[in-house]
Structures are given as structure tokens and as C-alpha cells.
Design a protein around this ligand. Sequence first.
Ligand code: ARG
Length: 401
Amino acid sequence: MTERIVLAYSGGLDTSVAIGWIGEATGAEVIAVAVDVGQGGESLETIRQRALGCGAVEAYVADASDEFANEYCIPTLKANALYQGHYPLVSAISRPVIVKHLVKAAREFGATTVAHGCTGKGNDQVRFEVGIQTLGPDLKCIAPVRDLALTRDKAIAFAEEKGLPIETTKKNPYSIDQNVWGRAVETGYLEDIWNAPTKDIYDYTATPEFPPAPDEVTISFKAGVPVAIDGVKVTPLQAIKELNRRAGAQGVGRIDVVEDRLVGIKSREIYEAPGAMALITAHKHLEDITVEREQARFKATVGQRWAELVYDGQWFSPLKRSLDAFIEDTQKYVSGDIRMTLHGGQAIVNGRRSETSLYDFDLATYDTGDTFDQSMARGFIELWGMSAKVASGRDIRVAGK
Ligand code: ARG
């Protein structure tokens, strides 16, 4: 029986050419797998037809947009995960869900190998292949751009020579990856890190310098999950989409960073994640009133480590799973409403309420009705500073000798 390879297929030039390229290089049959993670653009059926037109023996398309929102975006939100304090893991969280569908398709169609369109310089090759090794340890991996010398020029020449049903003239100077959680743009003009991004780079966000009137939004959460916007019930996917629209119109969620890739390269990336950044801001503010102080402090550390693991392609790892269990436990009381104003590139929280809040007005108030006994503070401070005071006494004593 002819060997079969499943290919992670985007519908773009490189993966379209990869279908025939892999076929010629290996003699295998190629099954194209396209996964909808809310990236917008062409319909799955259009993409399916193109894959078949480019020589795929089968084309498997999966609408994973709700699955992606529920099982990948929501855990990222619960973790308030921002890699290096900035990046909400847009591409990093989409790879594991794509891997799930690649492995599923490999089983369904009896494939022995999984192929993807990544280069040998990025994080995504690692995320794909580590994921595949974990979910399908018997499957082999191949990356035509990296392993079969499929360069851009060769791809264009191949597509023209074979008359593939794909545009070869449209030249986009950037490398773009997008899904419902956000959008990532790199390469070209942006590789000079002194160059400011030009307007044409953005798609999910409007220029924040000329915003429309301020937009006030109330987001309701239940156990860390957004469940309503302005009182209207929403699914996680709907919440993200709605906030992409409203926060995007205000230019919220533009991020320009030089980040540390797993392969040791520092690289410049422009992100736009209006919905994700608005949700993370709101969620964090709700945690501020519902999560106990020590748990909250520790959770910040956990969230950072979680972000690093996910960035580094360890979505299916035991440590990531253990951290998920911790994070989930902290979300029990993260329920309530956050009111925020979206305007001029910012999402600013100005109201919060929760039935499970730890904010005690009577303890906090400086007005009458104060229940906090201030006389307790003196003794507390004395003991709190005792250890450092004793040590400093020793420092003086030793220095004096
Ligand atoms: N640097 C980001 C990451 O590693 C995004 C990469 C997405 N690819 C792109 N072509 N912009 O997660």
C-alpha cells in the first residue's frame, strides 16, 4: 500500500505546493488537513477544494473554533498568560489543537507521517513535532520547507509549472499567523527593529490615535470564564469575537516586541489581540478581589511558568497539566462583573462587583463604620520587622570589630 502523509494545510501558497512537492519527493499520498481556529478568511470548503485541486488524495477540514476557544483560549485567560509579560500566546496555543486534528486524521486515513509548513528557525516546528510525538508516538514528522528544500522561489516556480489553482503573484512582505485569539506579523521591513510598524500591518485593530467615542463594556465571569457581555449570555468564542470587534475598534491590544524564541533567536513580532487583552485585563481585575493574597501571589508565578511551557511547545506535558490543576483550583470564586472603558488603545477597568468578593468595605473604609482595630498594627509591625532588625544589629556589631 502506498504510504500516506497528512499535511497541516493552510490554503496558502507554501502548503499548497507542499502537497505535490511531498508527493514527488517521497512517493507518498498526501492528505490535506485544514483546521478552523477562527482565523477568518476563506471558507473551509474553498480550502478543501483547493487542496484537492493541488493533488491531495483526501482533504479533511475541521471546524475547531469552539474547541479552540473553550479548551485553549480559556485556559490561557485563566492563567493570565503573557509570555515575557507581553505576548498572549496566539500561535503557541493554536498548534496543539491543530496537532490533535492532525493525529486524528492520520488515524482515520492510515497515515504514518505528519507534515507541516514551518521553517527550521521558529517555535512552531517544535510545537507541532513535540505535540505529535506526544499524541502519536508512532508517527513520523516531516517539514518540506526545512527538510525538502522547498523555498519560496521554488514554490512559485512549481505552482506555475504545474498550473496549481493558487495565486503566485500576490506578494505579501510579511509572515502572518492568525486565529480568534489574535494575530502575529513578522519578517520583512519589521526585521529592522528600529522601524516602527506601518499602518498596513494591522488588521484586527484600528489606529488608536483617532478612536471613536469611548465604549463602556461590562464583562461577567463565572469561575474564571466569561459568560456574558453587557448582560447578554455568550459562549467563550462569542465573548472573544465580540471583544475583538469592540476593543479592536478602539485600537486595544497592539503589541510590538522582540521576544526570545526557543531556538535561541531574538525576533521581532507585532501582535494584535484586542479581545484577548481586554479579557485578560478584566479577568485579572476580578481575581484581584476574589483570590486570596497568598494564592494570588503564587498564581502570578505559576501563570508565568505556564506561559513559558506553552510557548516552548510543552502543551501536552505533565508539568503543564499539573499547573492547569492549580490554576483551575484558584478560579472557583472568580465570578462577578467587571466594567471597563475601551478607548484610545486602552482597556481600563473602572468598576467591579462579585458575590464572592474578599473586598470588605468595613475593613477598608476610612470613614465611620470602620471595623478594623488599628491598635493591632503596632505589635504586628514589631514582630514582622523583628528578624531583619536582629540581622541588622548583627551587621553593625560585626562591622564595628
Ligand atoms: N512568535 C510567535 C510565536 O512563536 C508567533 C509566530 C507566528 N508566526 C508568524 N508567521 N508570525 O508564538
